[in-house]
Write a protein that binds this ligand. Structure first.
Ligand SMILES: Cc1cc2nc3c(=O)[nH]c(=O)nc-3n(C[C@H](O)[C@H](O)[C@H](O)COP(=O)(O)O)c2cc1C
Length: 369
């Protein structure tokens, strides 16, 4: 008998039975030179196919949304084609995989596309030492607000990306509305200073995410769509005083859509804004319908994940960093095998062009008894 019976119990998500509740959290790994997925990307995800659900790294739905080196994207035919073998490799091993759609908004940079970054408003990122581009580490740029026409175009980019993800065979998509990326920049008062129908009240600030979700729902059934939120986070220079009221409203509205899941970064180990008591999974569970799976994340261990599921706070837990050096994380939990040493942050991304893509990516072995 495993020590973690609840965590390893199957779960129905979107009408499909998942093998367990150990989900792989979305993690940018920067192993897609030319913004194209490749064999190494397929191998990486296939190695981790025993996860109940894999959520891919953030994948850009448009050129404008790019702000990270070597991320395989999904806004051209070639990019769409390149994801197909990745999905096939995961499915061949019995895994399930959602694509995370990621527009970086003000966290994008002109180095990637010669375009000024866009956001809800022209609020610049402070408290940051910058980002990596082809020219090394550079400061973030001042964003400009999206016009009403551009908001429509951006929503269409998400719809098209979801359509491409479906065509590439993905089991669903996750809309990234966490960590201070574009949808979160609209949600939070810290970054949204608009005076039109997309700014001001919480209802107005939620409108952009609502319209993205509705657009995605025109190409995918609700059982194949999830949304990620980070109510407690500071990542991307975020944190707004109305966070509790805001995210409870957002969760309530998303709940009405009966989506596959809502993915909440409830843990504090990825930065906590300290603007009040952290929001808990319990608060989200209370406003979400039963059929919407609630995923918790950040800093979980097998023990704390087991507890969160056993007491009904979460239906599944997403693990990020533990999946980097433990491709067989599920088997290690099931057999109570030790975990590999955590991977050092400089190895998370492939910043050294001299090294093969496989380095610190697909070269972590499964546990050897
Ligand atoms: C290398 C790395 C890349 C990440 N990239 C993304 C990403 O693309 N999208 C996202 O929503 N979160 C991203 N995250 C956050 C993770 O999904 C997760 O929330 C975080 O690692 C905390 O979970 P953990 O404590 O289990 O690692 C990333 C985290 C790491 C360590």
């Amino acid at each position: 008998m495993s020590k973690y019976p609840n965590l390893l119990k199957p779960l129905t998500l979107g009408g499909v039975e998942l093998k367990n509740r150990v989900f792989m959290a979305p993690m940018t790994r920067g192993r897609g030179p030319g913004q194209i997925a490749n064999e190494e990307v397929a191998k990486y995800y296939a190695q981790r196919a025993s996860a109940g659900l894999i959520i891919t790294e953030g994948v850009h739905p448009s050129k404008q949304g790019v702000g990270w080196l070597n991320v395989p994207a999904i806004f051209t035919d070639e990019q769409e084609e390149a994801w197909k073998p990745v999905v096939e490799a995961v499915h061949a091993k019995g895994g399930r995989i959602f694509m995370q759609l990621w527009h970086q908004g003000r966290q994008a940079h002109s180095d990637f596309h010669d375009l000024q970054p866009v956001s809800a408003s022209d609020v610049e990122i402070e408290n940051s030492d910058g980002l990596y581009t082809s020219k090394g580490k550079v400061p973030y740029e001042k964003p400009r607000p999206l016009t009403l026409d551009e908001i429509k175009e951006t929503i269409e980019d998400y719809r098209k990306a979801a359509e491409r993800a479906a065509a590439a065979g993905f089991d669903g998509v996750e809309i990234h509305a966490a960590n201070g990326y574009l949808p979160d920049q609209f949600l939070q008062s810290k970054t949204n200073k608009r005076t039109d129908q997309y700014g001001g009240s919480i209802e107005n600030r939620y409108r952009f995410l609502d319209e993205i979700t509705e657009a995605v729902l025109t190409v995918l059934p609700k059982e194949k769509v999830g949304v990620r939120l980070s109510p407690n986070g500071t990542f991307g220079d975020m944190g707004s005083p109305e966070y509790r009221e805001l995210y409870l409203y957002v969760a309530t509205e998303l709940g009405k859509k009966k989506l596959a899941y809502v993915h909440v970064m409830d843990g504090l180990g990825f930065g906590f804004h300290e603007l009040g008591e952290p929001m808990t999974l319990k608060e989200f569970r209370e406003v979400l319908p039963k059929e919407t799976v609630l995923i918790g994340n950040v800093g979980y261990t097998a023990e704390t994940a087991e507890k969160a599921i056993a007491n009904g706070d979460a239906d599944a837990i997403a693990f990020g960093r533990p999946f980097i050096p433990n491709p067989d994380l599920v088997e290690r939990f099931a057999n109570d095998w030790p975990l590999a040493e955590p991977a050092a942050p400089p190895t998370w991304f492939a910043l050294d062009p001299e090294k093969p893509l496989s380095a610190n990516y697909t070269d972590y072995p499964a546990y050897q008894q």
